[in-house]
Design a protein around this ligand. Sequence first.
Ligand code: ADP
Ligand code: MG
Length: 348
Amino acid sequence: MKSGKTSATIILILIVSLSVSCGGDGASVQPYSETRFALGTTCSITVYRKKDMKHLGEAFEAVNRVENLMSVNLEDSEISGLNNAAGKGRVELSGETFSLLEKSKAFAAVSGGAFDPTVGPLVSLWNIGNEGARVSGRREILDALTLVDYRRLELFPDTSTAALPLEGMKVDLGAIAKGYAADAAVKVLRDAGVPYGIVNFGGNVYALGERYGEGPWRIGIQDPEDERGNYVGIVKIEDQAVVTSGKYERFFVEDGVRYHHILSTLDGKPVDNGIASVTVVDRDSARADAFSTLLFVLGLEEGMRLAAETPYLRAVFIMEDKSVYTSMDPGTWFSINDDRYTLKGEER
Ligand code: ADP
Ligand code: MG
């Protein structure tokens, strides 16, 4: 659950008006949207042909399936089953959950553990976004950190089983599950022949196909410091995910200090490295979700290096000092439209 101060949508979708004139033929395009609360956030799916509306429900069923398998907030999810068996033995998992754990472990390895699916004990300790969140003490942070290590998550592909060897270890897929759910919803729409649409799960956006079949969608990147709905820049994409991890998404304030929900696996505290948000564009939304968190934790220098050498994704780093960096020449895919922010490119 998000705290009262936070809201679900970090990315503004530039659906400029309800009825958009489409091309030269004068036909108008009407959005058909459905919004539900799932995965701890507001999830909306929009299609633009009336006949596609009947697939919205099926797409949300896929979201529910993913949530029921992977949420740590549901006592009978597969991930909770795995966590409850920590220190006890192996648990059998569905192919879907198993495969997302495998991917998570791979992303952890790529980032040297900056992204870590076994971050659960730290997430529970800080409890950010929930009632009773408070600043954790040094001792309890160190204790939680001893239980965070993706290398100890045991995965057995032959039997589709997994195990956490130490009692108290806990998998948390909060940094990847929303993105995965967006992929699952998009798959349903695609398989049903829906040509274009927008899936927005609390800042995990998937822009399916082309914008009403005519060229790129324009997705705004939320200004980390401003009112919801104000954006720093615009990403132009077709058939891709745009996922943002930001400091502003879930947090609490104590003694004037803001504590947010992306945690360093090195010191066990909210990451404080000058980054305000990281946005990732990728065809695979689960990967974009994982990388948005991962690059945030790695920091600007290391994150930019990794993003630049990862061919399938593009990243936008928005810093607290209002400088903006892109991992690839912004060319035509990214532009800033708030002059308080400066695109830094010369150094690259
Ligand atoms: P959001 O949930 O706001 O979209 P993220 O995708 O960045 O943001 O995911 C943040 C969530 O990921 C946290 O709420 C927590 O559950 C989990 N998490 C926090 N730190 C890490 C980390 N270092 N590695 C993996 N997961 C993390
Ligand atoms: Mg993420």
